[in-house]
Ligand binder design. Structure first.
Ligand SMILES: Nc1ncnc2c1ncn2[C@@H]1O[C@H](COP(=O)(O)OP(=O)(O)O)[C@@H](O)[C@H]1O
Ligand SMILES: [Mg+2]
Length: 360
């Protein structure tokens, strides 16, 4: 399986540059997810890789081969689109086998392939139905099966689940993860949904404004975000950000602000200057309700809103003019307007430069 390399890839539409020099390599057999907000350049990157958009500058390599000037059909890849693009008048079997029939492969080979991929995506019982007789999730599976039938070495997906309702999307996400175990190919998957990215990816590439912000395993990006954008984009509910000053007291460094006094872990403290104004980042999951938390490791939060979501309640609180989200067990007795003390997990403390927003 070849690997994919994008070198200083630039896309301009007229005079407007929308991708500003993307450098990215994707190892063979890897599931890479490009994730970022709408308009950040994910689809453009994927479509350039597929050969559906021209390259303004830079080069794309598949294996050792520069492919920027090759036709899509000569790049040995299969793509699944958001809108499925199925042929409405053909049944499932014929949709799946479309490319194989065009290539005039022997009928026995086509039948075997249809059977194999229909089994992988769970469509065996529906081979004779037309797309109009299928649910959204089933149509999505047909699009997937059709791509798999092409036997390409690279699969590209552009938001394949975004037309499905939330419950089905969760289910299809799990099925994709299972399919991924069975089909060992190089897959590049585009989504704006950080949960899809976190659950499916071997490697996540976070994009914003036509730039790559950070790439790495889901765990690396979650635990050590390179900047405030990545920190706030991955994780739900999102990371809280608070303006603090770093003050030194008896040899230790504290992030200090209105209602906030949190000891900065020594390793992090060694990298930052005191008396500096920074942004403190802390995820809801790293804040624990602890009435008796020591002064040196606490935030005092005033509860403004409580959202019951089952086993947990999400509290939106006020702290020195900023909003802080935390989670507590639902049975915790909470009154709106009450001030509660939360303890911060030391490993959950992140600091960002106020100006550049880079992680410190
Ligand atoms: N054909 C086009 N002409 C001009 N601008 C475009 C065209 N296609 C996309 N863009 C612009 O390029 C940027 C990236 O778009 P896109 O790659 O579709 O984003 P994403 O898939 O991340 O939502 C957006 O600002 C979009 O408006
Ligand atoms: Mg897109």
């Amino acid at each position: 399986m070849p690997d994919i390399r994008l070198e200083r890839l630039v896309k301009r539409y007229g005079t407007v540059e929308v991708l500003h020099g993307i450098d990215l390599s994707m190892d063979d057999n890897e599931f890479t997810v490009l994730v970022g907000p709408s308009g950040c350049g994910k689809s453009t990157t994927l479509r350039m890789l597929a050969g559906l958009e021209s390259v303004s500058d830079g080069e794309i390599y598949i294996g050792d081969r520069p492919v920027s000037h090759l036709d899509p059909k000569d790049r040995d890849l299969a793509m699944v689109f958001q809108d499925y693009a199925l042929y409405p008048h053909m049944n499932v079997a014929r949709n799946i086998s479309f490319a194989l029939r065009l290539q005039k492969r022997p009928q026995a080979e086509i039948d075997a392939k249809v059977k194999e991929v229909a089994d992988i995506v769970g469509l065996t019982q529906f081979l004779h139905r037309k797309p109009g007789e299928l649910s959204g999730g089933q149509r999505q599976r047909v699009a997937m099966a059709r791509a798999l039938a092409k036997d390409s070495s690279i699969f590209l997906f552009d938001e394949p689940l975004s037309n499905l309702d939330a419950k089905l999307r969760g289910q299809m996400r799990a099925e994709l993860a299972i399919m991924r175990q069975r089909v060992q190919k190089n897959m590049v998957y585009v989504t704006h949904d950080q949960i899809e990215a976190m659950t499916l990816a071997d490697r996540i590439v976070v994009m914003h404004g036509g730039h790559i912000q950070q790439q790495g395993t889901p765990e690396e990006l979650f635990k050590r975000p390179a900047n405030k954008f990545v920190a706030g984009f991955l994780g739900s509910p999102p990371m809280n950000f608070l303006d603090v000053t770093l003050v030194e007291e008896s040899g230790a460094l504290f992030a200090s602000g209105d209602g906030i006094r949190i000891a900065v872990p020594a390793e992090l403290g060694a990298r930052v200057e005191k008396e500096r104004e920074v942004t403190l980042g802390i995820r809801p999951s790293d804040l624990e309700y602890a009435a008796d938390a020591p002064d040196a490791q606490s935030l005092d939060l005033n509860v403004a809103v409580s959202e019951y979501v089952g086993a947990q309640s999400v509290l939106i609180c006020e702290c020195g003019g900023a909003s802080v989200t935390v989670e507590v067990k639902s049975e915790t007795p909470i009154a709106l307007g009450e001030t509660l003390r939360f303890a911060a997990r030391p490993e959950g403390i992140h600091l960002f430069d106020r100006t550049t927003e880079a992680a410190l």
